[in-house]
Design a binder for this molecule. Structure first.
Ligand code: 5GP
Length: 196
């Protein structure tokens, strides 16, 4: 798990803590992207889920795509990303489910075309952040609507002090988070990780 140490060190070096328990790591993960580091993280996800016979990697636009792409490439399977839609006017050829946004404080629909997710798909969900689990639950809802199977969930950074991760593990999902942030302090910028 050397990559976990590498990711944690990078978060400590470049991460900034914002009010509302928001951790900004957009100089290497979800705005500017360190493709070398994400490639190393993708290798770790592949090792963790290599026995799951994955047929598709599934994420949500936009920031999930950067980390999900090298995972799909290494597993040699397609990447599918759910899209965020503002409109309620959704067609019959889509699965849709509502999601509450943590960072933008609003609700939107996530959608996926029926023809890219099938009942015989064994899905690995990959995302950059897990906090309250709203985004993940939206993706799980879409997989369920497609009658596909969730084989695993891989997260770059879990905020362990928010309930999403614990709830998903309780529900039996094979969830692996590379870095788990246990505490953020916006006053002094302190970031503390869970020992794994
Ligand atoms: P959740 O739906 O689990 O509450 O939050 C997951 C989504 O919200 C992620 O896909 C990410 O876009 C965003 N998010 C939640 N917490 C943070 C944070 O501390 N920093 C950043 N950059 N994004 C976050």
């Amino acid at each position: 798990m050397a990559v976990v140490r590498k990711l944690e060190e990078r978060i400590l070096k470049d991460g900034r803590v914002y009010p509302g328990n928001v951790l900004k790591i957009d100089t290497f993960l979800n705005h500017q992207v360190d493709t070398q580091l994400l490639g190393d993280m993708a290798e770790e996800f592949c090792e963790l889920f290599c026995n799951c016979d994955i047929t598709k990697v599934f994420t949500i636009e936009a920031s999930g795509i950067a980390i999900a792409t090298p995972v799909a490439q290494l597993l040699r399977v397609p990447l599918v990303f759910a899209k965020k839609a503002q409109s309620i006017n959704l067609g019959d050829d889509l699965y849709a489910t509502p999601v509450k946004s943590y960072t933008h404080k609003r609700t939107y629909d996530v959608i996926v075309a029926k023809y890219v997710l099938n009942a015989d798909d064994r899905v690995l969900i990959i995302d950059d952040f897990l906090a309250n689990g709203c985004a993940l639950n939206g993706l799980l809802g879409l997989v369920e609507k497609a009658d596909a199977t969730v084989e695993g969930i891989g997260i770059a950074v879990e905020k362990g002090f928010q309930p999403g991760g614990a709830e998903l593990r309780k529900r039996g999902y094979n969830l692996k988070s590379l870095a788990i942030v246990e505490e953020l302090n916006e006053d002094n910028g302190m970031i503390r990780f869970r020992k794994q």
